[in-house]
Design a binder for this molecule. Structure first.
Ligand SMILES: [Fe+2]
Length: 129
């Protein structure tokens, strides 16, 4: 079974020592805290707040997934060179139409060299239109 790098499981000391390594691989959810039932809701996922990830033929971000709790919602795949064969922040925008009362969103990303990485989760309240 692959190791999943989760921000909750990584100690603060390890995060500081390997800050660039963790930052460039960890997906971050960027979205509002409220969505409207039945209306499109934008969820941006960005890898790295400070450090960029390589986009080499043998080392690149292969895919990014969006989850609502344990339910898979969406994913996108990248080929090497998509970001110009230079270090960059991978960014993906998903548009979803919420139907539940709340969502607890999280993201997963996969690096071809450094495995699976999980974001922190984000609670989104759903308002009636
Ligand atoms: Fe990597």
């Amino acid at each position: 079974m692959p190791r999943i790098f989760n921000p909750v499981d990584i100690s603060q000391e390890e995060k500081e020592v390997r800050k660039d390594y963790f930052d460039r691989h960890t997906p971050v959810l960027i979205c509002d805290s409220y969505a409207t039932k039945g209306e499109k809701f934008k969820v941006k996922i960005r890898l790295g707040t400070e450090y960029t990830h390589p986009d080499d033929s043998d080392h690149f971000i292969n895919y990014v997934q969006l989850w609502n709790r344990e339910t898979f919602i969406a994913e996108t795949h990248f080929a090497p060179g998509t970001l110009g064969n230079k270090p960059e922040h991978v960014e993906v925008d998903f548009y979803i139409v919420p139907g539940a009362v709340t969502m607890n969103l999280s993201a997963m990303s996969a690096c071809t060299k450094h495995g699976l990485w999980q974001s922190e989760s984000k609670e989104v309240a759903i308002r009636k239109s």
